[in-house]
Design a protein around this ligand. Structure first.
Ligand SMILES: [Zn+2]
Length: 270
């Protein structure tokens, strides 16, 4: 018996399916659901992606079989928006791959809490997708023990330079004067973006989703966090490409037009 969030489901033959559950013990468990195709709709919704539930399972020959599932929260309204749904699918894939393949998170890791809180704000639309994406990416890396060093310029120790350069590979930043001329894989930022990244890394959960940052700064931060995840986890997740595809196709989405591209004056890639 454990509590967890379904992060993926796969058909298995005509009658059953496998689901991957991100559990409250910070593991990803594959569980076989018998007769998934014949279940009542209530049974189906409890075992579908983004269902947070209490699962009772039994183990036979190294495989877990579902006995019963009791819903806690289903996040079904994510499906009302293709953009929200595809972003949620990216988060789920990031969890599934990073927790299972790369990490063995400790007891104090709060990745499940991060995921549930993020889905809550994504589902009810109280926070922009443009804010939730970098926040989730950076805090997940922090929860997995791979947080970047955002304390001060790596070279001279300046705490809050007006202009700075985030190094994706080194996971730290340099102020404008210490910035090496040929820094590869680095992103120019300004002070407010650095402060927001510090907030994402250090804030307590009751304050984590409470901050504001302009669209251009947010786009630059999002580029930092996305490339930081890709570089350090060695992952390229198709669901993210799909999310961008949906974004580009949907003129009503929250990230559109120029807000996607940071201007060269306050952010950019070098
Ligand atoms: Zn410096």
């Amino acid at each position: 018996m454990f509590q967890g969030l379904v992060v993926a489901e796969r058909n298995a033959g005509d009658r059953g399916k496998f689901i991957d559950i991100f559990t409250d013990r910070n593991t990803v468990q594959e569980v076989y659901v018998r007769g998934a195709k014949k279940m009542s709709s209530a049974g189906t919704s409890t075992t579908q992606q983004f269902s947070y539930a209490r699962f009772s399972v039994n183990r036979r020959q190294e495989r877990l079989y579902l006995d019963s599932a009791e819903p806690v929260r289903l996040f079904y309204r994510l499906r009302e928006s293709l953009s929200r749904l595809s972003l949620a699918m990216y988060f789920a894939e990031l969890i599934r791959l990073s927790v299972r393949e790369y990490q063995n998170p400790g007891e104090q890791c709060e990745a499940l809490r991060l995921m549930l809180n993020t889905l809550h704000f994504l589902e009810n639309g109280e926070r922009d997708e443009a804010m939730l994406k970098p926040l989730f990416e950076l805090r997940l890396m922090t929860e997995l023990g791979m947080m970047p060093d955002l304390l001060a310029c790596r070279s001279c120790g300046e705490f809050l330079p007006e202009r700075l350069c985030f190094s994706v590979e080194e996971g730290c930043f340099y102020c404008a004067s210490c910035r090496k001329s040929q820094m590869k894989n680095s992103i120019l930022l300004r002070a407010p973006a650095l402060q927001a990244m510090r907030h994402m890394v250090f804030a307590e959960y009751d304050r984590l989703f409470h901050f504001h940052l302009g669209a251009n700064h947010l786009a630059a931060v999002s580029m930092c966090t996305e490339r930081f995840v890709q570089y350090h986890l060695g992952l390229r997740i198709k669901a993210l490409d799909f999310y961008y595809h949906i974004q580009a196709a949907s003129p009503t989405s929250s990230q559109k037009g120029e807000s996607h591209e940071p201007t060269s004056s306050d952010a950019g890639i070098s």
